[in-house]
Write a new protein. Structure first.
Lengths: 230, 218
């Protein structure tokens, strides 16, 4: 708590600076793409949020493992705190992708492996959060959700490869995803990097704030329990 | 363990359980599909593999919360958890009992229902084989979901929310086997992946499910 209290103001400042610089640079000081026009600028929201949607789950997986192995309470609370953020990141990635897809692919949604994987990730987050809400006992909830997170990760990987298999099996021409990283010009690349750093920092900041809230609420609950005993 | 298996199967069949219900649900669901998509035989035969797999999956889902809920309510789950046989074995037997009373009847009934959906002739064998290989995975994954929600008040809805995403790989490969079989293409890869998922689930999921039950009973 004391460490996070010291670094949190600095972290907020750096996050804001990165996001403002990256987004303003990306939105206003880069040229339009010669084929996609100004729609290419969605990339500054789409790619970083997609990055964090996946990495938030990865962070939850690590935190769940730490909870299961070392029984570190803050770890379980951090995993709980990260889930809604990951859910929102997934939603942002899906919505910006749909908005981007309409002018470029002429459709909001296509049964493409990447799109389906993100929908799957969304369901994983929803199930995880729902299980946290459903179990009353805090430690039992942490255990249950950790087990779900481990099993869910395995199935997320399985599904990812199943989606790739399924799509190639069905229709060849459906590889709609533009491979953005390889054919991106430097002009788009640097602001994108700053945006990605900004989203990573934003995630860390939000997780810290939310974990602090969780710790405080648990302290309050403990205090109230002690009051009642006395 | 055999005694436990026989007990669960007997209970499911006798005590007005989901035995006939999920089968009837499957039958009705498959019969409702033409009403939804229109009386178009060509379209029906094209979507029949997916509908049959999806129907089997949903019928399987219906009876999942009965795997552990009844035993939890009357306390026999506590006895089983403290019994000399490992809880992982109990979970496996419960999943097997669920498969015998749900997955196996569905597998046997599916080719008959294929007729109703105008399934192409070459697909019947693959439908039966893919369901035979794939439905054990559905049962065991469902047992995992049931063990996560054991003892929760509104466990049923949550159970479907947790389990349905986990069914995705099985559904993809199972549907793919039948679809490729219907088109006369090679089904080997999809069939092997389906078998791999089932074998992997049978080997690993009981440990996760037993861990979840131990937490739930704590």
């Amino acid at each position: 708590m004391s460490t996070s209290q010291v670094i949190l103001p600095w972290l907020i400042c750096i996050t804001a600076a990165c996001l403002v610089v990256g987004l303003v640079w990306g939105f206003f000081f880069t040229q339009d793409d010669f084929r996609q026009g100004s729609t290419v600028k969605i990339i500054y929201l789409h790619v970083p949020s997609a990055l964090m949607a996946i990495n938030a789950w990865l962070m939850m997986l690590v935190a769940s493992l730490i909870w299961l192995i070392r029984r570190h309470h803050v770890s379980a609370l951090a995993a709980k705190a990260a889930a809604p953020i990951g859910l929102v990141m997934t939603l942002i990635a899906l919505f910006t992708g749909a908005i981007w897809g309409k002018p470029i692919w002429n459709t909001y949604w296509a049964p493409d492996p990447r799109l389906m994987s993100f929908m799957f990730l969304l369901f994983c987050y929803v199930g995880y959060i729902a299980l946290w809400e459903a179990v009353d006992d805090v430690d039992a909830a942490a255990d249950m959700t950790s087990i779900l997170c481990l099993v869910g990760s395995v199935f997320a990987l399985l599904s990812r490869y199943a989606f790739i298999f399924w799509d190639r099996g069905l229709h060849q021409e459906a590889s709609l995803s533009l491979d953005k990283e390889t054919n991106i010009a430097n002009e788009f690349y640097y602001p994108l990097l700053i945006c990605m750093a900004g989203f990573v920092l934003l995630f860390i900041t939000l997780v810290l704030v939310r974990t602090r809230t969780e710790i405080r609420s648990r302290r309050i609950r403990a205090l109230m329990a002690r009051e009642r005993m006395a | 363990m055999i005694a436990l298996l026989l007990r669960d199967v007997r209970l499911a069949i006798r005590a007005g359980g989901g035995f006939g219900l999920s089968l009837m649900f499957f039958l009705i669901l498959v019969n409702l599909v033409p009403f939804g998509v229109g009386p178009n035989n060509e379209l029906l035969s094209r979507i029949a593999p997916g509908i049959l797999w999806l129907g089997a999956l949903l019928a399987c889902l219906l009876s999942l919360d009965r795997i552990l809920a009844l035993d939890y309510e009357d306390g026999s789950l506590d006895l089983l958890a403290t019994a000399p046989i490992p809880l992982e074995g109990v979970v496996t037997m419960k999943a097997l009992a669920h498969w015998i009373t749900t997955g196996l009847p569905l597998t046997l009934a599916a080719p008959t229902l294929g007729v109703l959906l105008n399934l192409p002739g070459s697909a019947y064998g693959w439908l039966a084989i893919s369901l035979l290989i794939g439905t054990p995975a559905l049962s065991i994954i469902g047992t995992f979901g049931a063990s996560l929600t054991v003892g929760l008040k509104r466990g049923g809805l949550l159970l479907s929310l947790l389990v349905l995403p986990l069914y995705v790989p099985t559904l993809i490969y199972g549907g793919e086997v039948v679809r490729r079989g219907a088109e006369g293409a090679s089904t080997q890869t999809a069939l092997m992946m389906l078998g791999g998922i089932t074998a992997g689930c049978m080997a690993l999921i009981p440990f996760a499910a037993a861990a979840a039950i131990r937490v739930g009973l704590r």
